[in-house]
Design a protein around this ligand. Structure first.
Ligand code: ZN
Length: 459
């Protein structure tokens, strides 16, 4: 098997050390110059803030010169900037490139609002190949391995670009896509595993869980029979939740990795037995900061710091934003990881938009998922948070609809509900009210927003 390294393996030992800083600063300065000279919107913003690229030498200078922008801020700025040039002009105004330089456009799913477009030039694709290769390599994937790609292919950043990245990495990519449906995917996986063997799969954690559930029915055997060694998850949080991770590990009989990012931005988890967060593997091409989700005040990125993530991708053409609040809330760990690999670690706690406030206590659906999943098989793992008023405010108690497991009798349910509520109180400082529903009552969905039932909209 080919042990060819990806093209910039020299960065690896420098991550999370003072030696990465001059590289990051050089890339930052190059990016700021590019935006100032080639992107009219950013030129205007520099001028309004009365700053020149050459005055910004460090990431601290950047933070004091540029207030962070949320997705809504970027959208509003774009609308305002549109002017005579129309949408095309606005798009070009934001990028230090013209539309004719673009080779690919993707979007977010749009499940939480209007889909956001992402643009890639050839250079952005190359940055993406570099960052994802670092993560693939750390996950134990190597050129020559056979990898099923089972993310939604159509339009998503993890879709077609994910397949291209596998190809570029030198893996044998099998682009099945999540659209093919689980039955087809499972039957093909079984066929190909017999034919050429399958080393890995790239998919969302919820799809991985779904495949585990469907396998006995479709292939008449558990997924471990396919022999997949690496489940590389992305697209949504989940693979970082201990219980979900354990379920996928056992269901596939494989190691499970969690990655997040796009273009020059990437975090990826390691193979330490206990989940350690995702290592920040692109510190050379991305500036990571934290701010308070409400006040937007800077929070120093040090061991144990928590806050909303602010990103400044570097060297990118199509994905350029200076200090973008991407919507995730994270905890950062800078202490050495027991796995021995480099890079600070990022643990996603939730989304700024998903945040629920139960009498002042901040709670995220992903954290509730973690607790519920720890009660499998006494519950199926499917649940809904029933919101009777628009989030984030929740008048206690938080209402949960939970599917009990097969073979659980009705007499056992009150005690089980109490056990779950106690554990949530312990871990999350909330005591939910549980309404039981029989197994397979709740619709199975691969959408990121599947945990929420907006009961207030039905009124
Ligand atoms: Zn690690």
């Amino acid at each position: 098997m080919n042990e060819r390294p990806y093209w910039n393996m020299k960065i690896e030992p420098l991550l999370n050390t003072p030696d990465i800083i001059p590289i990051q600063q050089k890339n930052m300065q190059q990016t700021l110059e590019d935006l100032y000279h080639n992107a009219p919107y950013w030129r205007k913003r520099f001028d309004e803030l009365k700053v020149k690229p050459e005055q910004i030498k460090t990431t601290d200078d950047l933070a004091s010169a540029f207030p962070p922008l949320t997705k809504d801020d970027v959208r509003a700025a774009m609308m305002e900037f549109m002017g005579e040039a129309g949408p095309r002009g606005a798009v070009e105004g934001f990028m230090p490139a013209s539309i004719s330089d673009l080779v690919l456009m993707c979007t977010t799913s749009g499940t939480t609002g209007e889909p956001t477009p992402y643009f890639f030039t050839q250079r952005d694709l190359e940055l993406w190949y570099e960052s994802i290769s670092r993560a693939f390599w750390r996950a134990g994937l190597r050129p020559g391995m056979v990898v099923i790609h089972a993310m939604a292919l159509s339009m998503f950043a993890a879709g077609v670009p994910g397949v291209q990245a596998l190809e570029h990495f030198g893996a044998l990519a099998i682009p099945m896509g999540a659209e093919a449906g689980s039955e087809r995917l499972l039957s093909f996986a079984r066929l190909y595993s017999a034919l050429i063997g399958i080393d890995g799969i790239v998919c969302t954690p919820s799809y991985a869980e779904y495949l585990i559930e469907k396998a006995p029915e479709v292939i008449g055997d558990s997924l471990t029979s396919i022999g997949i060694k690496v489940v590389f998850c992305g697209g949504e949080p989940g693979a970082g939740i201990p219980e979900v991770r354990k379920k996928i590990m056992e269901g596939f009989g494989a190691k499970v990795f969690d990655a997040m990012g796009m273009g020059p931005i990437l975090w990826a988890s390691c193979d330490h037995e206990e989940y350690q967060g995702m290592h920040f593997v692109t510190e050379d091409t991305c500036i990571l900061e934290l701010v308070d989700p409400e006040t937007k005040e800077c929070i120093p990125v040090e061991d144990g710091a928590e806050g909303a993530i602010v990103l400044t991708p570097l060297l990118s053409k199509g994905l350029s934003v200076i200090r973008h609040i991407v919507g995730d809330v994270a905890r950062i760990e800078t202490s050495p990881c027991p796995c021995g690999k480099t890079g600070k670690r990022v643990r996603i706690i939730g989304r700024v938009d998903d945040m629920l406030k139960v009498k002042g206590v901040m709670v995220y659906p992903a954290a509730i998922d973690g607790v519920i999943a720890s009660f499998v098989p006494r519950v199926t793992g499917e649940f809904r948070i029933v919101l009777t008023e628009p989030p984030p405010r929740v008048t206690p108690p938080l209402k949960l609809k939970v599917e009990y497991g097969e073979g659980i009798s009705e007499e056992e349910l009150p005690a089980l509900a109490k056990e779950i509520a106690d554990k949530m109180h312990d871990r999350l400082r909330i005591r939910p009210e549980i309404q039981w529903v029989p197994p397979k009552t709740l619709e199975r969905s691969v959408h990121k927003t599947r945990f929420i039932e907006k009961a207030y909209e039905k009124k």
